[in-house]
Design a protein around this ligand. Structure first.
Ligand code: GLU
Length: 420
């Protein structure tokens, strides 16, 4: 289950459907370049530890390379390559003028002190600064990287180049050039497409049960916003495990619990049934694997790749899947789900809200503007709804799943601008 091999299979499937030019197809099987860096970090105990990092610049036919930096112990070159390819497809699928890039560092950030994390982040920029910039390659947050880390990276970059370039990185804190709405934009974009999907399936929010795997930036905001719209959140999980409650979970209380440093406990709807001290009441403790197989209307994988595979695809009971994570479904699982009639709203559409507001942030930085949250969300909604409708139509036209349809629309745009 090498994510880059999965990405190439997705490319080949779409290329065959659309008759993609052979030369362009060949070029698109390779990233433009992948930087490998070693980052020495002075640890708090005085020793130096060297961390391995990557930056893959996949394709910039539509605009500067764009994509997050991930801090995770499982980061690998092939993972970063896949993620950078998906960024190129994602930007093109929602028609924003950006290319695809992605970075990563092999590290468990939970084991680092704040000082070590800052030195690691500045150290990463010291190794890649010649290759990034608002006119070259613009990083952003991803798994386990935060606005604060983006702020440190911007500051280190500007120190090295000797001039201000706020658009070198997105996802910054608002007072350091960040955009309104960026913090919850991945989820907000996912909510717009979930709402469009509910309309297509003729299902009201209050009749729609949702299970969300992952409670980071994407998953927690997704739970909060869907809950406010009336969707019934019946299961949530984080890396430690999950909880299920048929009558519904109030995600605001789960967020408060997590923020206070506790595990993701079970807080049900209504104060009478709030539970504390590890007691589960009518909530059921479930594993991350169990969550994926729940009998719900909508399943939202919002953590890592390769969680829906040929091993469990047959057990999926959800009617629809909204991929807030990147690469959660393997090509083999896609095939099984399509045959079962499960609608999969693919990552390159479902989670594109994050990079779309990153694009707005970069645009505001370059123009020296600051837009209101209302303006950001209006623009985001227009882009997400437009892309959803276009990809839905392409799916009907070609008789394919939504992922292949999204790839076809994206590849048409990328190939149209590629110079061979
Ligand atoms: N890491 C996010 C993604 O995978 C956002 C990337 C960005 O904002 O550039 O889409």
């Amino acid at each position: 289950m090498n994510p880059f091999e999965n990405a190439l299979k997705q490319l080949d499937t779409a290329a065959a459907v659309m008759n993609l030019d052979r030369d362009k197809h060949e070029i698109l099987k390779h990233p433009d370049r992948v930087l490998h860096v070693s980052i020495p970090v002075k640890m708090d105990n005085g020793s130096v530890q060297v961390f391995k990092g990557f930056r893959s610049q996949y394709n910039n036919a539509l605009g500067v390379y764009k994509g997050g930096i991930r801090y995770h112990w499982d980061v690998s070159e092939d993972e970063v390559k896949a993620l950078s390819f998906w960024m190129a497809i994602k930007c093109a699928a929602v028609n924003i003028p950006l290319g695809g890039g992605k970075g990563g560092v092999i590290v468990n950030p939970k084991e680092l002190s704040e000082g070590e994390l800052e030195r690691l982040s500045r150290g990463y920029v010291q190794k890649v600064w010649r290759n990034i910039g608002s006119d070259k390659d613009v990083p952003a947050p991803d798994v386990y990287t935060t606005p604060q880390i983006m702020g440190w990276m911007r500051s280190e970059y500007e120190k090295l180049v000797g001039y201000e370039d706020p658009g070198v990185i997105t996802g910054k804190p608002i007072d350091q050039g960040g955009s309104e709405g960026r913090s919850f934009s991945t989820a907000q974009g996912g909510v717009y497409v979930t709402r469009q999907l509910s309309e297509k399936l003729g299902k009201k929010p209050e009749d729609t049960t949702v299970a969300i795997q992952g409670f980071g930036n994407a998953g927690s905001y997704m739970a909060l916003i869907l809950y406010k719209l009336g969707y019934k959140i019946v299961a949530v999980s984080d890396s430690q495990g999950g909880v299920f409650r048929q009558a519904g979970i109030d995600p605001e209380k789960a967020v408060a619990l997590k923020q206070s440093g506790g595990l993701l406990g079970c807080y049900c709807v209504g104060s009478v049934c709030d539970l504390e001290n590890g007691e589960l009441g009518d909530c059921q403790a479930i594993s991350n694997e169990d969550l994926l197989e729940l009998d719900v209307d909508t399943l939202v994988p919002a953590a890592l790749e390769n969680v829906i595979t040929k091993e469990n695809a047959n057990n999926i009971r959800a009617k629809a899947i909204v991929e807030l994570a990147n690469g959660p479904t393997t090509p083999e699982a896609d095939k099984i789900l399509h045959e079962k009639g499960v609608v999969v709203v693919p990552d390159v559409l479902a989670n594109a809200g994050g990079v779309t507001v990153s694009y707005f942030e970069w645009d505001q930085n370059v123009k020296g503007e600051h837009w209101s949250e209302k303006e950001v969300l209006e623009r985001l909604e227009k882009i997400m709804v437009g892309a959803f409708d276009e990809i839905w139509q392409a799916k009907e036209k070609y008789g394919v799943d939504m992922r292949t349809a999204a790839f076809v629309k994206a590849l048409e745009r990328i190939a149209g601008k590629m110079k061979v």
